[in-house]
Design a protein around this ligand. Structure first.
Ligand SMILES: Nc1ncnc2c1ncn2[C@@H]1O[C@H](COP(=O)(O)OP(=O)(O)OP(=O)(O)O)[C@@H](O)[C@H]1O
Length: 233
């Protein structure tokens, strides 16, 4: 089943075609990686999906509903959660309170259970009382994911989640993401090709704001145009 469908999605900045007529489908329950050279439009594209940036043309449907003109908050309520490149935790609050801010938006009766479930899922349950700003960088990234999960999303969008993680932390991250599907569909922007090839069910390659290729890791690895533009084959 298709969870999200974008058609002709377009966002230009002046003369720059950051996202230029992109057709894109996300299948319910998949791990989908978005890759491409720096400046290819990846962050702009996911910003269009979650409503941080307004589309100039094209459409987005989520779970069968047209969300093209919905504000970001309304998309969150429908189940689209995202974490962005720049860590966005509240450094002075506890780990628990950071996630509680997300969970309380769901209006859960048992806030604590919701928070602890999200923290346990990323392996930070034992650090609930710690001040968030004192966590290691890798743990702060995991906390961001817990904040996203606290929203009980159907789609979790992660922008460069492994950037700055140590090798050992990357293994843990892969296990975490594998454990999220199929309940949560995952779209991740990722530069680490080992992570992409290991984790993704499907990959979409963007280049100059356009889709260069979509396919399984094996198909993408074998694609001549992708090799020339990005994989350096
Ligand atoms: N708000 C903005 N105003 C003007 N130009 C922008 C804006 N946001 C992005 N751009 C430009 O759009 C292009 C695509 O940027 P984007 O960040 O989406 O690429 P990216 O593929 O995510 O790159 P990276 O891998 O470096 O994060 C870039 O040339 C960028 O400078």
């Amino acid at each position: 089943m298709t969870l999200l469908q974008a058609r002709g999605l377009t966002r230009h900045f002046g003369g720059l075609r950051a996202v230029d007529g992109v057709d894109f489908d996300l299948t319910q329950g998949e791990i989908h990686a978005l890759i491409g050279p720096n400046g290819a439009g990846k962050t702009t594209f996911v910003s269009l999906l979650c409503g941080r940036v307004a589309a100039q043309a094209g459409s987005i449907a989520f779970a069968g509903q047209d969300i093209t003109r919905l504000p970001a908050q309304a998309r969150v309520r429908l189940g689209i959660a995202y974490t962005f490149q720049i860590t966005s935790i509240y450094a002075r609050l506890s780990v628990y309170d950071n996630v509680a801010l997300a969970v309380q938006r769901r209006g859960l009766r048992d806030l604590r259970a919701g928070v602890m479930a999200a923290l346990d899922r990323v392996g930070l349950g034992a650090q609930a009382d710690q001040v968030a700003g004192t966590l290691s960088y890798g743990h702060q990234r995991l906390l961001e994911i817990a904040m996203g999960l606290g929203l009980a999303p159907r789609l979790l969008i992660l922008d460069e989640p492994t950037q700055g993680l140590a090798a050992g932390e990357i293994e843990g991250f892969k296990t975490l993401v594998r454990g999220l599907v199929p309940d949560v569909t995952v779209l991740l922007i990722e530069h680490n090709m080992d992570v992409v090839m290991d984790l993704a069910d499907r990959i979409t390659v963007l280049n100059f704001g356009r889709v260069l290729a979509t396919g399984t890791p094996a198909q993408i690895r074998a694609d001549r145009a992708v090799q020339a533009a990005y994989l350096g084959g």
